[in-house]
Design a protein around this ligand. Structure first.
Ligand SMILES: N[C@@H](CCC(=O)N[C@@H](CS)C(=O)NCC(=O)O)C(=O)O
Length: 360
């Protein structure tokens, strides 16, 4: 059986678990900490989830893991067959993976109730180091707040914008879910699994954002449970064949936020500094940590765009009529991460999203 090293409070572990349950792939959940040296040896970085397979191979990073497992377990597919819809699904997944991470960390670690609860859970259930619990809690709180909140651009001047990003995701998902039970059809696609990262183990479980979700977006709250319960059904998934107008607010938000950040990050990566400034929807973020992994995300999106036929490329461009979207088809901004040139992912050596793990 597949071993999934992760945690029941982890963003990407929740995303992968939802996918494995849907596909009927059995797995065993384990904590990574007692296996840290083995994990580092086999995948290069400690992050969650990490998968150890029955055939002895190890996998990291949920997007390539899902794409690999789709090759091995092709039904029910989570990749919409219509090429333009598939591209939009990958774009939505990337936004959920990488942009909603900041508000998810902010709500968990900036709000006292959430911070106290999660540091207790992590000290009791996740971290296994021979230190008194109160000390583990203190270290965890400081590490997460300093690294992933303040160190990732959440300040007095950006806090409102970070929180508005969560609310926008709720509103935009609600609009899409008013049309169908899953974001792009009658069954979950890779876009739905992407959104399970932030929406399940963070926004749907942590006290402050889950209350907001229940009050403001009960359809998203219901979708989270539906995603956790969904199993392959007879008849196969029916995905939409074209992106409906209900998705427009979501796509606009993705371009203005996530693609704006991917562009600023790629420019900074190509020039060399470890921190960069960016303006997103008129909000100034300063001293953001550069991410090599996110340059690779942009490269993969560009490759997916290039693979589209001309007519499909035109259709995608029409769906994304916002200036930030041009980074998907124009190479004016360099995107050259040098990460995984041999295309071994998910079997290659992982890199943390920020250089050495936590941004400093
Ligand atoms: N791109 C990866 C990211 C995995 C990841 O960053 N996981 C987080 C926890 S949910 C982590 O392990 N962070 C490293 C840390 O906290 O040091 C994926 O899709 O799996």
């Amino acid at each position: 059986m597949m071993k999934v090293y992760g945690a029941k409070v982890s963003y990407y572990t929740g995303k992968l678990e939802a996918y494995l349950r849907y596909k009927g792939v059995p797995y065993q959940s384990l904590s990574p900490y007692p296996h840290e040296s083995e994990i580092r040896k086999n995948v290069g970085a400690l992050q969650m989830p990490i998968v150890e397979r029955a055939d002895g191979r190890w996998m990291s990073d949920t997007t390539p893991i899902i794409l690999q497992l789709e090759r091995e377990h092709s039904t029910p597919t989570v990749l919409p067959p219509t090429r333009t819809v598939r591209f939009i699904a990958l774009l939505m997944e990337d936004y959920a993976d990488e942009w909603l991470w900041r508000p998810a960390m902010h709500y968990r670690w900036s709000h006292r109730r959430d911070r106290e609860l999660l540091s207790r859970i992590i000290a009791e259930d996740v971290v296994s180091v021979p230190l008194p619990r109160f000390l583990i809690r203190r270290i965890v709180k400081l590490r997460q707040l300093r690294g992933f909140v303040k160190g990732d651009g959440v300040r007095a001047s950006t806090r409102k914008h970070v929180e508005a990003g969560y609310v926008a995701a709720l509103d935009n998902m609600s609009e899409m879910l008013a049309e169908r039970p899953y974001l792009l059809g009658d069954a979950p696609s890779i876009a739905d699994f992407g959104f399970m990262g932030p929406m399940f183990r963070h926004f749907g479980q942590d006290p402050t954002p889950s209350e907001i979700m229940r009050e403001r977006a009960p359809a998203v709250y219901a979708w989270v449970a539906r995603m956790w319960n969904v199993r392959a059904s007879l008849g196969g998934p029916n995905f939409v064949k074209e992106i409906s107008p209900g998705a427009s607010p979501m796509l606009k938000e993705i371009c203005e936020t996530h693609l704006g950040q991917l562009a600023a990050n790629a420019i900074a990566y190509s020039l060399g500094p470890r921190r960069f400034d960016m303006k997103i929807q008129e909000c100034d973020y300063s001293r953001m940590p550069v991410s090599r992994y996110r340059v690779a995300c942009l490269e993969r999106l560009r490759e997916a765009f290039v693979e589209l036929a001309d007519a499909d490329q035109r259709m995608v461009r029409a769906l994304l009529p916002y200036p930030e979207a041009s980074i998907l088809w124009s190479s004016e901004i360099p995107a050259s991460s040098g990460y995984d040139p041999e295309r071994l992912a998910p079997f290659g050596k992982a890199v943390n999203v920020y250089a050495m793990g936590v941004p400093r």
